[in-house]
Structure formats: C-alpha cells, structure tokens
Design a protein around this ligand. Structure first.
Ligand code: ATP
Ligand code: MG
Ligand code: MG
Ligand code: MG
Length: 366
C-alpha cells in the first residue's frame, strides 16, 4: 500500500490563514501516485476536521486568507496497535481512515510550530515532517532561541526578555533595561511569526505602546537592539532522507516604499516596494560562511527536517542570525521553496524529500 500522509494545516495561531494557503499548495504538489493523501484542517479554536481538499478554497482572495471550515466532520488521531490511525466522526458513527504513516504539519506559530503538536504526534506514535518537540519549542521562543544560539557561538542581536509579570510589577525598570540597548529598538512577541505584533521603536515615547502591542500576542516579549544598515538575507536548510544536511542558495529581501521593515504586508501582500533577489547576489566567501552558519544554527537547536535561517549581514560582512523558523512559509512563492528552486530542487521534489525524510525516521527517541 502507498504510505498515507496527513497534510495538516490551519491551527490556532494568528498565522492560521497563511497555513491554509500553504496546505492548499502542498496538497496540490504531493504525488498521488506515490502517496495516499488525507487533508486535515485545524480550526482557529483547535478542532481537527477532515478537509474537502478543495484547492480553490485554499487561496488568497481579495487580500483575504482562507480559514478551516469548522462544520466539516471532526477527526481524531488515535493511537493504534501499529502506530496511529485517523478516525472520522460522522452522524452514522466513527469511521476509521486507517493507519497514518506520516503527518506533514504545515502549521506556523504557537500550537503548531512550537512543539505542542509535535508532542501530540509523538504520543500518538506517528512520524512527522520537521523539527521535534525540543527544537520546535526552543526555536519558537525568540528569548530561548537566543540562549541556545549564544551557547553554541552563533551571533545574534543583543536583547532582553520582558514578561507580563515584570511589566505589571515595575514597568519603569523594564523601560530602563530596554533603553540600555539604545534606540531604535525592535519589540516582538517572543513566540510569533509573520511579523505580527512586531514594532520598531524610534524613541522613548514609543516603548510602552510597542510592549503593550507585543503582549497582546504573548506575555513574553523580546526587546532587541536594531541591526543598522544591514542586508537581510535568508538561507534554507534541508535534511535529506539519509540524514545529511543541505543548504540552499540564499535570497535577499529588499524593502522599500513605506515599509520600514519586512512586516506582514511586505511578506504576503507584496506591492511594488518589496524586492526579492533569489538567489541573493553574494560573494562566494560570504555564501560559504552563511551556509556554514545556517547549519550551525540548525544544529544549535537540534533541528530536524527543515529550517529557514534569517540573517542580517552588516556592511563589514559580519553575520548575525536574526532567527530560525522551523516551519517557514511554504507556499510556492514563499522564500524557502523559492531558495530551493534556485538551488535545483523544485516544489514537488522538496515536498517529496521532506516526506521521505519523515518516513525514514523511527518513532523512538532519535
Ligand atoms: P517570520 O515570519 O520570518 O517568522 P517573525 O515574526 O518571526 O518573522 P522577525 O523575523 O524576528 O519576525 O522580524 C521580522 C522582520 O523585522 C525582519 O524580517 C526584519 O525586517 C525586521 N527586524 C527584526 N528584528 C530586527 C532588528 N533587530 N533590527 C532590524 N530589523 C529587524
Ligand atoms: Mg520567525
Ligand atoms: Mg515564522
Ligand atoms: Mg523572520
């Protein structure tokens, strides 16, 4: 029998809509000759449903992203004798879809990219694409990601974490600690993505609003020094089915117009002002250093499967890792697949390699 692959998308985070778009793209790309594909959506409130797989619905229309439809039949992933199986709950009673060989969790942000879902999959005894529990959790929290990267000798921007408890107890002390980093500052929800909740703070008058905004998304907030005059370049890491790591050619993001940084709109609703150079125009020496540092970053958080490592390149050529995303944007026009396209691996093959890598894993500690 063909391996049964669950393509999982949607989810409880603010990146629900983007995840649905990705889900649609991957569903369109998985080789049906080779795999038995089951689309499963997670609604905004966490309900798992058997999706129709109607690809037209899973597209951005009128600048609106799609959502998972909660009226579809609920499904559960349950532990079976030989791993796990999907059970659909219908009026006529529960119906098993049978054994699941691997899950492709195309979820971004908390409850998807942060180890919680990965833990659920581990408990159910099913293989899955991408980072495990620890790597997902560490990489999702920008504060802890920096602890791991710093310990491994990977350079990052100086930063502090402000928690809601500290902010409520002594905001003045939090402001003073932030100010030591110097203006401008970047203020981010510790566990976020797609630039949601992120502000650039130009002076002291903007600090409170930025922290309050970030705290609407996460009680843990990262306040970070500004990387001035940098180029923003990203690099893909892919773990092949034999376990080896491959790095892609990098891509550069050039922001212009009224966008001060790579914000949500510049990412997903690009106008005339966001330009992507894929591959980035970089000298061989910088390329080598970047690819080495991308692998080192991947290993520093014990990542698996895939990651997109985002760099700042300073005018003197020095590199800083802004962050690593364990489930980067994955539509055909997203940076990660684009970088692999430029490196000789097209979208269909990329999806296949990731599934093969997941299938090659055990369900024991690895
Ligand atoms: P993603 O969608 O890649 O997961 P994210 O929400 O995790 O993004 P970041 O990548 O940390 O957020 O930041 C978003 C953008 O803000 C960056 O791509 C960059 O343009 C800008 N930025 C973030 N931190 C800094 C900084 N310290 N200095 C200058 N620009 C920054
Ligand atoms: Mg990120
Ligand atoms: Mg992200
Ligand atoms: Mg980023």
């Amino acid at each position: 029998a063909k391996p049964r692959i669950v393509v999982l998308f949607g989810g409880r985070s603010t990146e629900h809509g983007i995840s649905c778009v990705t889900g649609g793209s991957v569903l369109a790309a998985v080789d049906r000759e080779k795999y038995d594909v089951v689309p499963v959506g997670i609604t905004r409130d966490g309900q798992w449903v058997l999706e129709s797989g109607d690809l037209e619905r899973l597209k951005i229309k009128d600048r609106q992203t799609p959502t998972v439809d909660g009226s579809l039949p609920p499904v559960t992933l349950t532990q079976a004798e030989d791993g796990s199986e999907l059970v659909v709950h219908e009026a006529a009673g529960p119906r098993s879809l049978g054994h699941v060989d691997a899950v492709f969790p195309l979820l971004h942000g908390p409850w998807g990219e942060d180890g919680t879902l990965q833990g659920q999959l581990e408990m159910a005894g099913v293989r899955y694409v991408g980072a495990g529990v620890l790597a997902s959790a560490v990489s999702m929290d920008k504060g802890f990601m920096k602890v791991a990267l710093t310990a491994a000798g990977v350079p990052t921007m100086p930063s502090i974490v402000v928690t809601a408890r500290e902010w409520a107890r002594d905001a003045a002390a939090c402001r003073a600690r932030s100010e030591e980093l110097g203006y401008p500052l970047f203020v981010k929800p510790a566990r976020g993505g797609s630039s949601i909740g992120i502000s650039k703070v130009h002076d002291a008058s903007e600090v409170d609003a930025a922290i309050t905004t970030a705290m609407e998304h996460d009680p843990r907030v990262l306040v970070e020094g500004f990387a001035a005059g940098v180029r923003e370049i990203e690099c893909g890491v892919l773990q092949l089915p034999d376990g080896e790591l491959r790095t892609s050619l990098p891509a550069e993001i050039r922001i212009g117009g009224d966008h001060e940084f790579y914000d949500f709109e510049a990412k997903y609703l690009p106008g005339e002002h966001t330009e992507i150079d894929c591959p980035a125009k970089v000298e061989d020496e910088l390329l080598d250093r970047m690819q080495e540092l991308a692998k080192k970053t991947f290993d520093a958080v014990a990542c698996e499967g895939l990651a997109r490592v985002d760099f700042f390149v300073f005018p003197d050529g020095s590199l800083v890792v802004n962050e690593l995303n364990t489930m980067p944007g994955f539509t055909p026009s997203s940076m990660y697949p684009q970088m692999w396209g430029a490196s000789g691996i097209d979208y269909t093959e990329l999806v296949d390699l990731l599934i093969q890598q997941a299938l090659s894993r055990g369900t024991d500690l690895r």
